[in-house]
Design a protein around this ligand. Sequence first.
Ligand code: SF4
Length: 172
Amino acid sequence: MTTKQKKLKIGWFSFTCCEDSTIMFVEMLNDNFFAFKKLFEFRHANVLQSNNTLSDIDVAFVEGAIASDKDKEKLLKIRKNSQYIVAIGSCAVTGLPSGHRNNFDDKLKKEISPYLLQFDQADTVYALHELVDVDDKVPGCPMIEKTFIEVVDKYLKKFKIIDQSDSITNHS
Ligand code: SF4
């Protein structure tokens, strides 16, 4: 009898940003498709599938800054339904560059205010850690791939999906 491979239940989410880290993640499938398929259960990943569930997530990888009340509500829901949250890329980690409007002077802020209203955008753009607890960060613009792999390995080990001396890269 074969034992069923345990998988890390992950979510991949993208907020206000250019989504380059999401593109990198998808590009990584070129080299790691079988490792990802074997070791991850994609609970929520709009970029890869249309059937998504926002519940019972082990690790949520979240890209982008939070720029509207709707974003904030979704982020709080992700926090509630995920054991760990990893901020992906500079916009999620620091709020910049997507939150550039926070640094506008008063004149410029007044000029853009009708657009904020029109597109339901908040006056202030937030990094994830300003609104929820963040467990890990992968900095970079876009994200640093080596750090991302290290963080993924950390959680695969924490959830006992791979051995302590192993890496996802050995499963490709
Ligand atoms: S951190 Fe850079 S690459 Fe990532 S979403 Fe923001 S602007 Fe784009």
